[in-house]
Design a binder for this molecule. Structure first.
Ligand SMILES: *Cc1c(COP(=O)(O)O)cnc(C)c1O
Length: 427
């Protein structure tokens, strides 16, 4: 397998695009090699610029639950494009998708469409601050909510009372308003709430953490947060940009039976086009402009191409047995990967919720970011490269989840497991 054309393209890209990529993790930096440039994709497969084919478990970082280029989604986009790609005026497709989202998520009575997951979380936080008149927010170390200023913050060492920015360019004064706690640690949240009584607008979290590998919520964690928020008048924001429509049609909320005040969506809801959404209780959502005073807007929000791609996708997800089939494929792969690691005597910890999975290179269990950081990332990099060279495309970082699609065949899964046997032995 050679990557001559990808190498050429990367060289050119670096001349005109910072780091050669439009989103950092695409650069393969954490696995110490150059990225492959993709030319096309279909079903479970992606094809690079050199004509190599890979079984894909990145799925555009989550959206491609149907596999790539599903004919019905492609057809929906084509038809929409023929009727005009953007009007800056309301359309019926927005109403239809909003209705489907409200029907799917018990927590969502009204929803607004935006163009990315980042915009969804940023807007939800503004809404929470506007509704409560409080400035502070609480997030969890290792949870990713897009690249908004308030959210690109992790714990400072020690007491973790005040956040420190994860990136230059974020004013320290902003970061101070973001408190961070350890994922799955309800006691720490209680302490932070006590120390900041009446000052916290919202708690935001991934109900299944998929941006530090894959960390499920411990029993009682989500329920505990719900109760604390109710007690303190804090708005609970569940970021389902990744888990929404993936771990169940109704997302993590349905799977774990927890009801947020606001829910953020993205990825799958756009069927591979740029979409995000945030929604929740009527009395909160009605405080957005033009109904209320909290401003939020977007030239391309509710874009017709994206709405039609989303509608076509969600309709296919409603088919009888869809999630059961996805679960079966995911469980089959998990079992195979576990056996492959055991066979090669490599210490790994496989964690999975539905069609989101991760293999950590440590004993586990991994319950938070500190645990995830114990993983042997050098071993992960060798595993990643050995898989890629056998035509298996995994996320190029230990701290990302893998995604199953309905298009993955048993043959694909068996090929992946065979490749894993060799990869684990080679590291
Ligand atoms: C991907 C992701 C985001 C950000 O979405 P973008 O569309 O990349 O801006 C936010 N939250 C979670 C949980 C995500 O996985």
């Amino acid at each position: 397998m050679h990557h001559t054309r990808s190498a050429e393209l990367f060289k050119q890209a670096k001349q005109v695009i910072p780091g050669g990529v439009n989103s950092p993790v695409r650069a393969f930096k954490s696995v110490g090699r150059d990225p492959i440039f993709i030319e096309r994709a279909a079903g479970s497969r992606i094809y690079d610029a050199d004509g190599n084919s890979y079984i894909d478990y990145v799925g555009s970082w989550g959206p491609m639950i149907l596999g790539h280029s599903h004919p019905k989604v492609v057809e929906a986009i084509k038809q929409a494009a023929q009727n005009g790609s953007s009007f800056g005026a309301p359309t019926s497709s927005e109403v239809e998708l909003a209705q489907m989202v409200c029907d799917a998520y018990a927590a969502i009575e009204k929803v607004r469409m935006v163009s990315s997951g980042t915009e969804a979380t940023m807007s939800a936080i503004r809404l929470a601050r506007g509704c409560t008149g409080r400035d502070k927010i609480l997030k969890f170390d290792g949870c990713y909510h897009g690249h908004g200023d308030s959210l690109l913050v992790k714990a400072g060492s020690g007491a973790a009372t005040f956040g420190v920015p994860t990136s230059p360019g974020i004013p320290a004064d902003f970061a101070k308003l973001t408190l961070t706690a350890t994922y799955n640690d309800l006691e720490e949240v209680k302490q932070l709430l006590a120390a900041n009584k009446g000052e916290i607008a919202c708690i935001i979290l991934e109900a299944i953490a998929g941006n530090m590998g894959l960390v499920p919520p411990e029993p009682g964690f989500l329920e505990g947060l719900r109760a604390l928020c109710d007690k303190e008048g804090i708005i609970l924001i569940i970021d389902e940009v990744m888990s929404g429509f993936r771990v169940a049609y109704g997302g993590a909320g349905e799977r774990f039976n927890v009801k947020a005040d606001l829910v953020c969506l993205g990825k799958i809801i756009g069927g591979g086009l740029p979409v995000g959404a945030f929604g929740g209780k009527k009395e909160l959502m009605d405080q957005l402009s033009p109904e209320g005073g909290i401003y939020q807007a977007g030239t391309l929000s509710g874009n017709p191409l994206a709405m039609h791609a989303g509608l076509a996708t969600l309709k296919l997800l409603q088919e009888e047995g869809f999630y059961a089939q996805l679960e079966e494929k995911s469980a089959y792969l998990e079992k195979g990967l576990r056996a492959a690691a055991a066979n090669a005597s490599v210490s790994t910890c496989a964690q999975r919720v539905g069609a989101m999975f991760c293999t950590y290179f440590c004993a586990g269990p991994v319950k938070n970011f500190a645990d995830a950081s114990q993983s042997d990332t050098a071993a992960f990099s060798r595993y990643f490269c050995a898989m890629l060279d056998q035509g298996i495309n995994l996320a190029p970082s230990q701290f990302e989840a893998g995604f199953m699609s309905i298009a993955h065949s048993t043959e694909d899964l068996d090929k992946t497991i065979d490749a894993a046997h060799k990869a684990f032995k080679s590291i």
